[in-house]
Design a protein. Structure first.
Length: 134
């Protein structure tokens, strides 16, 4: 397991309205991991989590766990959109496979713990976020 922390050097340039810069955090292929997403005193609303080939993937957060009773096949991705509270697998909505509840995300920093019953050798777990003003 490992952690990544992002520090914004010029927070005045960060818009947070979807037009500003985004950041991408990713685990090593084929292994579970921990990603800490936060920027100094700025706000970090994680928008999407992308999960590669795995079985019953789980995203652990301080606000509660969110997991999916499904298999993500090779070549496909599960994309969880925290802003829209929806998930897609290969572009198809799969909210019915969700277990747990949508967690309340912290405004400044969130730690994501990714696990699954089985993880493919090329699978990664990633968080993408917009950067915003403090």
């Amino acid at each position: 397991a490992f952690s990544i922390q992002l520090v914004a050097l010029e927070p005045a340039r960060l818009s947070g309205d979807g037009t500003g810069p985004t950041e991408h955090f990713e685990t090593s292929p084929g292994s579970p991991g921990v990603l800490e997403v936060g920027i100094g005193t700025g706000l970090v609303p994680p928008h999407t989590v992308t999960i590669g080939p795995s079985t019953n993937p789980r995203v652990g957060l301080a606000g509660g766990d969110l997991w999916y009773a499904l298999t993500v096949p090779d070549g496909q991705e599960l994309v969880i959109d925290f802003e829209k509270k929806s998930a897609t697998l290969n572009g198809e909505y799969i909210n019915t496979a969700m277990r747990g509840r949508w967690p309340d995300l912290a405004r400044k920093s969130n730690t994501f713990t990714f696990t699954a019953d089985a993880i493919g050798p090329t699978a990664t777990f990633a968080v993408d976020t917009y950067l915003t003003y403090p």
